[in-house]
Design a protein around this ligand. Structure first.
Ligand code: COA
Length: 325
């Protein structure tokens, strides 16, 4: 029997219109544009409209990705949504709501919860389903309206996050040249209290807002991501020169630069959207891939190195050859 490979055949994204700039935040909390730009690289982020839920953003990104894949909606045989800010608290899943919006009535759909690393976890899941023959065309989406879970009086967190969605179609192919090369995911739950949103069974009365041990997370993120990308390159016998685009999670420009420097990447290899979207959690990687796609930088066959890190703690990296047109 011929081996089946999983392949990323399209990308799409949606960013809500409303912009929240650093000068807007200066009026809300004790901060300055200068501090935010210097410490994070963020200039503005997008905020969903009052009538937009996470599945609405996901739907817009998904429609673009499906259209660009050349498939019909009914060809999608699995829907995965990575999010930490779903439409509902736990039930129903945002993936089920999205599948309904897409008109898919008999399709497995479930959420993947791995915070900012969710898109890479969804990619790993899609790859496994496709390669095992259990699915042929998986829609994976990273979508967040994390602004609904922000404490806009906590300057150490609220300046970082924005809303948005990105989607990709992962399809079966027998051509190894189009395949996702490798995906690597990991978690260390002993550090669960580094990033939290309370209100679940552990503390149902807890405030449903994001908390973060920023400085500690920063240090572990740099160390873990650097080791992780070095490992995934090594286990695939690749040098960082082979990477056309390094597409990291867009949490903080300084984290991205530290990992980029460790890999000795040239600036043109590093994809940055953190300045205009901030940290859109699970949406940040597909939104960044979409950015280079729409600007014409991403070509068929280009090798992308993805990496992400966030609450869990959970992290992951992937080597993906773009097989879209
Ligand atoms: N404006 C002005 N000052 C601020 C501020 C803000 N928005 N937020 C925090 N500060 C202050 C702190 O109160 C502290 O003041 P002090 O020295 O008087 O106590 C000082 O700035 C330094 O705080 P610190 O938290 O050590 O800053 P930092 O350099 O670590 O930057 C983050 C803070 C949040 C930007 C950074 O830690 C970070 O990006 N963390 C990781 C994010 C991440 O990767 N998350 C995982 C994925 S979601």
């Amino acid at each position: 029997m011929k081996k089946i490979y999983a392949s990323m055949i399209s990308i799409g994204a949606y960013a809500p219109e409303k912009r929240l700039t650093n000068s807007d935040l200066e009026k809300m909390v004790d901060t300055t544009d200068e501090w935010i730009v210097k410490r994070t690289g963020i200039k503005e982020r997008r905020i969903a409209a009052a009538n937009e839920a996470t599945s609405d953003l996901a739907f817009k990104a998904a429609e673009i990705a499906i259209e660009r894949s050349g498939l019909a909606k009914n060809d999608i045989d699995m829907v995965l949504v990575a999010t930490l800010s779903g439409d509902f608290l736990f039930m129903p899943s945002t993936a089920a709501v999205l599948a309904g919006k897409l008109g898919l009535k008999d399709t497995p759909a479930f959420d993947v919860l791995a915070a900012c690393s969710g898109f890479i976890y969804a990619l790993a899941t899609a790859k496994a389903y496709v390669e095992s023959g259990m699915a042929r065309n998986v829609l994976i989406v990273g979508a967040e309206v994390s602004s609904r879970f922000m404490d806009y009086s906590d300057r150490s967190v609220c300046i970082l996050f924005g809303d948005g969605a990105g989607a990709a179609v992962i399809s079966a192919t027998d051509d190894p040249a189009r395949a996702i090369v490798d995906v690597k995911i990991a978690a260390d739950g002993s550090l669960w209290d580094f990033l939290t949103i309370e209100g679940g069974s552990k503390n149902p009365d807890g405030k449903r807002v994001m908390t973060m041990k920023g400085n500690e997370t920063f240090k572990i993120a740099v160390r873990t991501l650097t080791n992780d990308v070095i490992e995934i390159l090594a286990r695939n016998n690749l040098d960082s020169n082979a990477i056309t685009h390094f597409v990291p999670h867009q949490a903080n420009l300084r984290i991205i630069q530290a990992v980029g420097d460790a890999l000795k990447l040239a600036p043109e290899q590093v994809v940055l959207t953190v300045d205009k979207f901030g940290n859109t959690s699970a949406a940040s990687i597909p939104m960044a891939i979409n950015e280079i796609y729409e600007s014409g930088r991403l070509k068929t066959g280009d090798l992308m190195l993805l990496d992400a890190f966030g609450g869990g703690l959970a992290w992951g990296s992937a080597l993906v050859r773009f097989a879209g047109k």
